[in-house]
Design a protein around this ligand. Structure first.
Ligand SMILES: [Mg+2]
Length: 264
């Protein structure tokens, strides 16, 4: 039942906003969730923006948030690495800001193929060079290491269309070393489990809301939470029918979801 939901895990782009434009109904839905004692958390595979940058973006829409309201794929990766690779060296293929974020978490991050590396982690990287790709391939072929990546998205929306996202960068490496990374972002259930642990809400009270089937909806399905597809982004009703997993709810847009949550 939608009226019983209290923890709403929203995707951002294509779901509650598109670029700099907040969708009609989003602010009202967040206010309603607060009024019923619930919580909105934004989970995004976009690893180019920091959590602080999202707080500032939402402030421009007059929506007050703090950093704990945003779980990005890079943040979830930092938490995972901090737990699983304490005291170990991690080779990073990513932006300088991602390397900095990892180091701020106390992770021993290097960008060189050093002999004592325990794990390779790849993220979206708009500073990518062939040398970085070669170094990642060297570590993966000469060391016994784990291979992780922030998010499986193949393409990232851009002014003229799309640019390669983390998933596409990883495909180049996978095709070379014949090995796939484990992706930490959606659809891995870890990111939902993290939100449940941090907020204290139950799985039954949780709704995962998004516009993409293979990341947002599959993430909720993997985590055993109910899901809601909004048709303002990538997927159509036909796409949803064609998959072997299905969202529990489908609405045209966030405004229609607001009406349903209110029981109108
Ligand atoms: Mg989206």
């Amino acid at each position: 039942m939608l009226q019983e939901k209290r923890l709403f895990l929203f995707d951002i782009d294509g779901t509650v906003a598109l670029g700099d434009t907040l969708f009609d109904g989003s602010a009202e839905l967040f206010a309603h969730i607060r009024a019923i004692g619930g919580r909105s958390v934004f989970i995004t595979n976009n690893s180019t923006k920091s959590r602080r940058a999202y707080v500032e973006k939402f402030a421009k829409w007059n929506i007050e948030t703090d950093e704990s309201d945003f779980i990005t794929a890079s943040y979830a990766t930092c938490l995972h690495l901090k737990n699983a690779y304490a005291g170990k060296k991690v080779f990073v293929l990513g932006t300088r800001s991602f390397v900095r974020e990892l180091r701020e978490f106390g992770i021993d991050a290097t960008t060189r193929p050093e002999p004592d590396v325990a794990c390779v982690v790849a993220g979206f990287d708009d500073e990518l060079t062939y040398q970085k790709v070669m170094d990642a391939c060297e570590v993966l072929q000469t060391h016994s290491v784990d291979f992780l990546a922030t998010n499986p998205d193949l393409r990232c929306p851009y002014s003229f269309g799309f640019i390669p996202d983390c998933g596409a960068i990883c495909r180049m490496i996978s095709a070379t070393v014949d090995r796939e990374p484990m992706f930490i972002g959606k659809p891995d259930r870890r990111i939902v489990d993290l939100c449940l642990a941090e907020t204290g809400f139950s799985r039954a009270e949780t709704l995962v809301v998004g516009d993409r089937l293979y990341t947002d909806i599959l993430c909720g399905v993997n985590a055993g939470a109910e899901t809601c597809l909004l048709l303002t982004g990538e997927a159509t009703r036909e796409d949803a029918d064609a998959e072997d997993y299905h969202p529990d709810y489908i609405f045209e847009n966030v405004k229609k979801l607001l009406g349903a949550v209110k029981g109108e």
